[in-house]
Ligand binder design. Structure first.
Ligand SMILES: NC(=O)c1ccc[n+]([C@@H]2O[C@H](COP(=O)([O-])OP(=O)(O)OC[C@H]3O[C@@H](n4cnc5c(N)ncnc54)[C@H](OP(=O)(O)O)[C@@H]3O)[C@@H](O)[C@H]2O)c1
Length: 106
């Protein structure tokens, strides 16, 4: 049996969420989706970092920004709510590197 996906449209348009929207892949996804006429919920870690991208994206009322952090439980809830699909490309590069020991090992 064919799976029926819910069709959440805003003013007749499908809405997609893009996480990591300020990143290399995410920013191009946002631009591409807007150019195709979709509405986009862009999830970003720091809303202030979007200023330069807003010019690139355009989108007008089809673009909504949401603050969300991978380390904060539930912080993506609003961004994904009601979306037809999610492009989850936020990627944390936080790494834990142990201090070198006296013998030069980690
Ligand atoms: N680039 C490629 O050619 C390529 C190819 C294949 C697969 N991929 C995969 O695609 C994914 C994205 O790659 P990318 O090149 O777009 O990486 P990127 O430019 O480093 O972007 C990463 C995004 O994740 C966000 N992010 C980092 N930590 C976060 C956190 N704690 N909470 C919320 N957002 C956070 C960053 O936000 P900030 O702007 O705030 O740092 C940024 O928007 C990665 O998994 C990568 O392995 C990339």
């Amino acid at each position: 049996m064919e799976h029926q996906y819910p069709d959440h449209r805003v003013d007749g348009r499908r809405t997609y969420c893009v996480t990591g929207a300020t990143g290399y892949v995410g920013s191009w996804l946002v631009k591409s989706l807007l150019e195709k006429g979709y509405a986009v919920n862009a999830a970003v870690r720091n809303l202030g970092s979007c200023d330069r991208l807003l010019t690139l994206w355009g989108g007008g009322d089809r673009l909504k920004l949401f603050r969300a952090d991978l380390h904060e439980e539930g912080s993506f809830d609003d961004a994904v709510h009601g979306c037809h699909g999610v492009f989850h490309v936020a990627a944390s590069m936080d790494a834990i590197v142990n201090q070198l020991t006296d013998d030069g090992n980690y």
